[in-house]
Design a protein around this ligand. Sequence first.
Ligand code: GP9
Ligand code: MN
Length: 565
Amino acid sequence: MLIIVIDALLSFLLYANIVYYRFFNDFITLPVLTQSKNFGELGGSTQALMKPYDVLFFIDTLVLIGLVLFKVVKPHTDRLNVRAILTVFVSAIMIFIVNLSLAEADRPQLLSRTFDRNYLVKYLGAYNYTIYDIIQNTRSSSAQRALADSSDLTDVENYTKSNYADPNPAYFGKYKGMNVIYISLESLQDFVINFKMPDGQEVTPFLNSLTMGANNTVYFNNFFHQTGQGKTSDAEFMMENSLFPLPQGSVFTMKAQNTFEASPAILSSRGYETAAFHGNNKTFWNRDEMYKSLGYERFFDSKYYDMSPANTKNYGMKDKPFFKESIPYLTKLKQPFYSKLILLSNHFPFGMDKQDTTFPVGDYGDSVVNNYFQSANYMDQAVKQFFGDLKKQGLLDHTIVVMYGDHYGISENHNSAMEKVIGKPIDAFENAQLQRVPLFFHHIPKVKGAAHPAYGTNSIYGGDVDVRPTVLNLLGINTKDYIQFGTDLFSKQHRQIIPFRNGDVITNQYTITDGNVFSNKTGKPVDKSLGKPYEVIGKKELDLSDKVVYGDLLRFYKPKRFCIL
Ligand code: GP9
Ligand code: MN
């Protein structure tokens, strides 16, 4: 009897997921279950989503009931054999472990990163995924969120207000009413910028021209990614919230139900149309859920692109067709618009289809590093093509284009090849320095006698969390009342302190990494006490930001200048 009930419940769970997937193209998660609006949306159409042959999903239960009813098998009354039960259990666990290790080998950190539910279900199976989802959600949310109240915000508010940097009047509001386009340059690290292959070819000639100020661009060459396990999604999170990512997992997958005060919401409350573009399945990094919480009105995911084999590799769209096919959607948005395009093809392991490139591969004795140059060159060509198209559409002159490398592309595992690339040994100092990613602001208005050069390379130190206040100030939106951990990169009071999730801190003077302090100028260790004050600031900021995210504290925060739609 018990077996029949369990079997029926499992079949029901499986079937619920199938019906849900047919509509949402996604699997059920605990927060989705508790937020009935999703099911409400599904409600009317549930019947349409069911097919007559679905009854086959319950065939096992029906057969079991039939067997008992027609007395083909009789219920067991004698004692169960403990040994037999144990053997079944132990073998099940062993098979599970083997399966999990195979899955881990294929998708490293599958469980800790939770980057895509499709992958989790594929590798774990629907039942194990459900258990995983329940553990993940109860662990990450309940206690801290339930215990939090509005008074917890006081500490945070006091800190962020004291950290506020006045906007630079020369830049403030210079972009008022202009469109915004963010471009996430997948895995692009700063070392490739202005890098030449042994034959003298530049890897990123178009981006290099921007570093010299072409297209009225400012390029930051001391800008660092601050991402954690959530990689691309962490970078997106920081860019739009000016909060830090979590110590483990991704805010996108773990905290999508939180209240946020992100730039899409801020701008859509000021008349902007907001849209995100990404040539991958919308469930990846839980973007479909998270983008709603960030205030996006539209999300053009893989469904909107021609995903035929020639256009795709690895996770999804190649950058050139992705940009090309995004243009018609972009131009149909009501102006001013706030949008972001997440690139994808310059992703680990970077191998390219022959027909897409004539650029040479590197010769550094490591295929990942060798392929990286070719793939980064392709992305550079794609960005150039996109700028050309924006110009053709008459958009370039009244659009601010913010481009950033989302995180490292070459991990520490490839440092021996990287030593050949950069031509010096990579110690802890150099390793931390390699976490630079390029940041570009296209079309900065020319300001005579400004503190920073109007176009070209800017050597101010900064990190992901600094971008939001910078952009909002350029648009003429004062950020004083927002909870934010970054400061405007153009502000004269901008603080050049960059905390990282692994405990490192980089300032314009020092690199604090692995418990040692190095001088940026010499690359040599200096007295550890010199780093202490920055380590303290770094830890404090990360702790406060975690408090906001884990406690979902922004649900209590109603600043004057923020209006939720
Ligand atoms: C997936 C893309 C890549 O949609 O954003 O994710 P990553 O592995 O770079 O975090
Ligand atoms: Mn990425």
